[in-house]
Write a protein that binds this ligand. Structure first.
Ligand code: NDP
Ligand code: 3IO
Length: 929
């Protein structure tokens, strides 16, 4: 342990082996100390940059304080930049006997081998006092991402991070989780999409939930979810401003935090009990001590973090049109977010403005409560049945989108809708010109999934009226001149995001390159994230708020200026809760190398692509059976041989049977009974292996081999292990009792999960129960943190040994696109010609002229699935791949009228480029559940 020494305006850092009274690395300017320790890699360029002498091998560089700390109030403070984890930690510090010590519970651990590479200190005298009128301001450096919003998206991100042992902070303006769902939705609401599309990552809905869970089911689930992952958002915390500060490469998120001490604890606790859920039965009072000691005055807190997750949703603020005469209307005026049920409207005439899902369902609700609803329709609307072909319409659409372009899926949905619910136009519900999914993608307008409104419209129990022109004292005037009386008006006119109000200056940084205050630091060890600019746009983020410029298709443009880093938009993809889950997992996986040990784990273990190459080697692993054998026996042997070369993996059935069919030829049944003579046995086994290899080459499997090596990474490094054990302990100790029972070791293993090298509990219960029993980890005995760590270490050691002896292979639900399909196509003249002809036909069918390049890109993107590529709309990596390849094609080669030959040349060129790119950099796509 080194020491911080402070004497009035002088502070210094000495490392362990140095005399604390003779600090070596030390500098003071204007009350600010900047101290640097660590290897200087780019010494030559640094010499130039700082004009150092040729013989200099050690340098002290002093920076102005504003680069480092914006405002620091109250006590002294220092910031430790840990070069190992690329994390900064902020702590209060106090001076005792001339030395500066971290204040209690500061959370800073500076150990000698944590490779401290920068130390920055700032003394008390530096801090300007806040102006007396302003609320107290505090700075909080977050050890992980700052998530704005505690709705489903924010919770899903935090949970996904928690599972990876990455901490995060959720800031939430309201008093509880999922405020929209708990306070701004009508009672009769049920989810429109079936269960699998609405559950959040890592915790399925309870089995007893109906296919379409109710609002209360869903809310109960969200509370159980927050509880399960011990998520404790900071409630009453309204973000006013968030901006990226290039000087420190951090996001500065300023929030006002209200005092919530008079809010009933029930509302603050994530473990609100609910009848609909059994998960929440683990009763705890999970109000943290922090909640109990809330400040009285509103407090301004500035959160600093390298990552900002925007999870405030597309429905943050109600949209209410400004109508002439609204002030003079004597009935009640409300937004759909304030409508709870139709009880109070019995016998009343209610005008519902807007025909989205809310408008439609509120009309149904009004009918059911004996009111008379009138629905005002301005533009058109797509109504689709909630289900078709025996499953949900949404599910059908998602399936089809995997294979077909949006326009074709739209055409299909509209044909099905017409067959099932007839022509909706004759009731005054015009269909928009653009199809439902394309409209959703381009404008964000969701199609209506019919849950009963349509038949009420047909029966004229819901009356369709035209666009409202103005309100009168007792009703409304419509654009068609008609005037009617109403008791109430419910604006079901939708919602908008509020991110533009607080997310400042995105895309408008002009500084050429973010200035680094630490030019002497070794470059970060982590490879940059896969996107070129570290801005993670999962979906249609903020499209309608003008934050992003749009391309001609309304797609957000994918180019961003440099400067803003580490920002993630979660839940803006227009794909409902499913979209939130996908975004959340991506965000978590992307930010997870936040922890050094996770980085090590990824480098060591990581994913393995099984592309069948190990099956091609000539020598066999297992001795062949002697003499002639039956076909069935041969197959059995061939399968064992394959498994022996594939980490003991048992291959999916379709793969095995396809290979078997190729070996067996015509009749599989008779082959099993056939006698294979000794000479043919080896040939047949090889045939089987090669058949498997061929299929795997086209469609590789992605597997995770858990052989204990990932676990060793933690076990081999004392610090890493201590950190892991501490995190797990605090995560599990939800009541802050400082004790856990032995049985909770099992929860720790579950929390660690596959990502950290622990197999799933349920599938490998033998392995676990032996080890747990051996260490007596089944009892209720209470363990303190140190004992917990000790026991965990023993158990993980045994687990690692067990796995080393018999690795566990987990097939990941990922598809790898490596270009082999395109390569095959290029090698197969006949198929290639057919494909080219069909593309050339499409090309000609859509006219000529301007924008050939865009047209060709569109055509190839649409054909992507035939080439083995996932749709570009659904996969950012694919979209980037196309963009990159098309940027290399010269405009003139496809200018004007394109001949067949020229078309063939260009398209083959593109295909070859695709192969090159994909072979070097395969694309992984999530196949969902
Ligand atoms: N059970 C469920 O799962 C439910 C889901 N939802 C979802 O919640 C989100 C919000 O839905 P919702 O609240 O219905 O909002 P939407 O944005 O989907 O619909 C708003 C409606 O209001 C109309 N509108 C807007 N401004 C005016 C105006 N000045 N005059 C007349 N009409 C106007 C729009 O028509 P125009 O095209 O003319 O602008 C549109 O029909 C959607 O994603 C929806 O699918 C909603 C309810 C239930
Ligand atoms: O998010 C909503 O509002 C839904 O009702 C689900 C939904 C999201 N995107 C869609 C596209 C087609 C059909 C339903 C949805």
């Amino acid at each position: 342990m080194g020491h911080f020494v402070a004497a009035r305006k002088v502070m210094a850092w000495t490392s362990e082996r140095q005399d604390p009274l003779l600090p070596r690395l030390f500098a003071v300017v204007d009350d600010v100390c900047y101290l640097f320790q660590g290897p200087v890699r780019s010494i030559t360029s640094s010499r130039q940059q700082y004009g150092l002498g040729k013989t200099a091998n050690e340098a002290i560089i002093v920076f102005p304080a504003r680069h480092l700390v914006w405002v620091l109030c109250g006590k002294s403070a220092f910031i430790v930049f840990d070069g190992c984890s690329s994390h900064s930690t902020f702590t209060g510090a106090e001076e005792r006997k001339g030395r500066l010590f971290p204040t209690a519970n500061s959370g800073v651990k500076v150990t000698s081998n944590s490779e401290l590479s920068r130390v920055v200190m700032s003394a008390e005298t530096l801090c300007p006092q806040p102006p007396p009128s302003s609320p107290t301001r505090r700075i909080s450096i977050v050890h992980g991402p700052v998530i704005v919003g505690a709705g489903p998206s924010g919770l899903a991100v935090a949970a996904s991070l928690r599972r990876l042992c990455v901490p995060s902070v959720i800031l939430e303006r309201s008093d509880g989780i999922a405020d929209l769902w708990s306070h701004r939705m009508y009672d009769r609401l049920t989810l429109h999409l079936p269960k699998p599309f609405c559950q959040l990552p890592h915790l399925p809905f309870p089995a007893h939930f109906p296919t379409y869970p109710s609002k209360d089911h869903f809310l109960g689930y969200l509370h159980a979810y927050a509880h399960h992952f011990s998520l404790r958002p900071l409630f009453g915390c309204t973000v006013m401003d968030a901006r990226f500060d290039p000087a420190v490469s951090l996001w500065r998120v300023t929030a006002i935090r209200r005092d919530l001490s008079d809010v009933p604890m029930q509302a603050l606790s994530p473990s609100r009990s609910s009848d609909s859920l059994s998960e929440s039965s683990r009763s705890t009072s999970s109000v943290s001590s922090e909640t109990l000691t809330e400040p009285r005055e509103p407090e301004v807190v500035e959160f600093l973090s390298p990552w900002l997750v925007v999870a405030t949703g597309e429905n943050a603020e109600p949209v209410v049109p400004e109508l002439k005469g609204a002030e003079g209307f004597e009935g009640s005026l409300l937004h759909s977010s304030e409508y709870k049920s139709g009880v109070e409207y019995e016998g009343k005439r209610v005008l519902v403005v807007g025909c989205g899902n809310s408008g439609m369902e509120i009309c149904v609700d009004l009918c059911e409560h004996g009111a008379m609803p009138f629905m005002s329709v301005r533009s058109g609307v797509h109504i689709l049945p909630r289900e078709m072909l025996g499953t949900s319409t949404f599910g059908v659409a998602m399936k089809l989108l995997k294979w077909l372009p949006t326009k074709v899926v739209d055409r299909f949905l509209l044909i099905m809708a017409k067959m099932m619910i007839g022509d909706t136009e004759k009731y005054g519900l015009k269909r928009p010109k653009v199809g439902p999914l394309e409209l959703k993608n381009t404008t964000g307008k969701t199609p209506v999934l019919d849950v009963g409104a349509l038949s009420l419209i047909k029966d004229e129990r819901i009356k369709i009226v035209s666009e409202v022109e103005s309100l009168t004292s007792n009703g409304a005037k419509f654009v068609d001149g008609e005037e009617m009386a109403f008791h109430a008006v419910v604006f079901s006119t939708g919602y908008k995001s509020n991110a533009p109000l607080w997310l400042k200056a995105i895309s408008s940084f002009h500084s050429p390159a973010p200035h680094s205050p630490f030019p002497l630091l070794p470059p970060p060890r982590r490879a940059p994230p896969p996107t070129p600019d570290s801005i993670h746009l999962f979906g249609r983020a903020l499209r309608s708020q003008g934050h992003l410029s749009h391309g001609p298709e309304g797609k957000p443009e994918r180019s961003f200026p440099n400067g803003e880093k580490g920002i993630y938009f979660v839940g803006f993809s227009g794909k409902g809760l499913l979209g939130s889950s996908v975004d959340a997992i991506k965000t978590a996986l992307d930010t997870r190398p936040a922890r050094p040990f996770l980085r090590a784990e990824m480098a060591n273990g990581g994913l393995t692509v099984v592309d069948g190459s190990t099956l091609r080697a000539d020598d066999l692993h297992l001795p062949l059976p002697d003499g002639a054998v039956s076909g069935a026996r041969l197959l059995q042997h061939a399968e064992s041989e394959a498994a022996a070369r594939l980490f003991g993996l048992s291959l999916p059935d379709p793969l095995r049977s396809a290979a078997f069919r190729r070996v067996a030829g015509g009749d599989a049944r008779s082959f099993e009974e056939e006698v294979i003579d000794a000479d043919s046995v080896k040939r047949k086994v090889r045939e089987y292996l090669l058949a498997l290899a061929d299929d795997l080459a086209d469609d590789p499997l992605v597997i995770l081999v858990l052989d204990g090596s990932a676990l060793r990474v933690f076990l081999d490094d004392e610090d890493d292990f201590a950190m892991l054990a501490e995190n797990l302990f605090t995560d599990l100790d939800v009541d802050d009792r400082g004790k856990l029972s032995k049985t909770e070791i099992q929860d720790a293993l579950v929390l660690m999960g596959v990502e950290m090298g622990v197999p799933t509990f349920s599938e490998h219960s033998d392995l676990f129960s032996n080890i747990l029993r051996k260490h007596g980890a089944e009892g209720e005995q209470q363990l303190g943190q140190a004992q917990f760590a000790q026991l965990l270490q023993l158990i993980l050691q045994d687990l690692a040994d067990g796995l080393a002896e018999k690795p566990v292979v987990v097939i990941q639900n990922l598809k790898v696109v490596n270009g082999s399909k395109i390569k095959k196509l290029l090698e197969h003249k006949e198929l290639l010609d057919n494909e080219m002809e069909s593309m050339f036909g499409d090309w000609n069918a859509h006219g000529h002229g301007e924008g050939n390049m865009e047209r060709l890109q569109g055509l190839l993107e649409a054909k992507g699935s035939r080439l083995g590529l996932p749709p570009a709309e659904s996969n950012e990596a694919v979209a980037l791949l196309y963009d990159q390849i098309f940027s290399e094609i010269k405009e003139e080669v496809i200018a004007g009228e394109v001949t067949r030959d020229a078309f063939h040349v260009v398209v083959s060129d593109i295909m070859e480029k695709l192969v090159d790119q994909l072979e070097a950099n395969p694309i992984f796509t999530d196949m969902g559940s």
